[in-house]
Design a protein. Structure first.
Length: 166
């Protein structure tokens, strides 16, 4: 009877310790991410007009550049749709000039914990450079950031579609 009691208490103690252990991915993360993430939805100096919406129609993903562009895109900024991934939302904004993508900015990336921030600090600049080089959403997945890469491509393609680029 004494052995059973000791065994039961040891097992319960081990289970309590096991389930109360917090891994590094469960923590708050502290520190800040080097990835520029725009949470406000407005561009500084643009008043209250959300970036990525056509001021006349309020349709997300519209042209926010000067003048109304139809057909092939001459210029402006276009927001991609928010890609809901397993680790959080991913959204990008492209800037177009002369029918070419001149800049890609990550508006949202998963940042729920410190590991997400580390992954995205590494992956987002690589994805940005790949998109600028390819001038399309046909870019390689960054090793170790598969989920973010998939969401980035999805949002990038939506932004390219909104800009009416090939």
């Amino acid at each position: 009877m004494r052995r059973i009691t000791i065994w039961l208490l040891s097992t319960v103690t081990a289970l309590v310790l096991l389930f109360s252990y917090r891994t590094s991915t469960m923590g708050v993360g502290g520190g800040t991410s080097a990835v520029a993430v725009d949470r406000g939805g407005t561009t500084p100096g643009s008043g209250d007009t959300p970036t990525g919406t056509d001021p006349g129609s309020g349709v997300p993903g519209g042209d926010t550049g000067e003048g109304g562009n139809t057909g092939d895109s001459g210029g402006g900024s276009y927001d991609g749709s928010v890609a809901q991934t397993r680790w959080g939302p991913v959204q990008v904004r492209i800037t177009v000039a002369g029918g070419r993508i001149t800049d890609v900015t990550a508006l949202q990336v998963p940042d729920g914990n410190f590991r997400d921030q580390q992954i995205n600090d590494y992956a987002v600049p690589i994805l940005r450079q790949a998109a600028l080089t390819a001038q399309s959403a046909r870019i390689d997945t960054v090793s170790g950031a598969t989920v973010t890469s998939d969401g980035y491509r999805e949002s990038l393609q939506a932004a390219i579609d909104a800009a009416h680029l090939k």
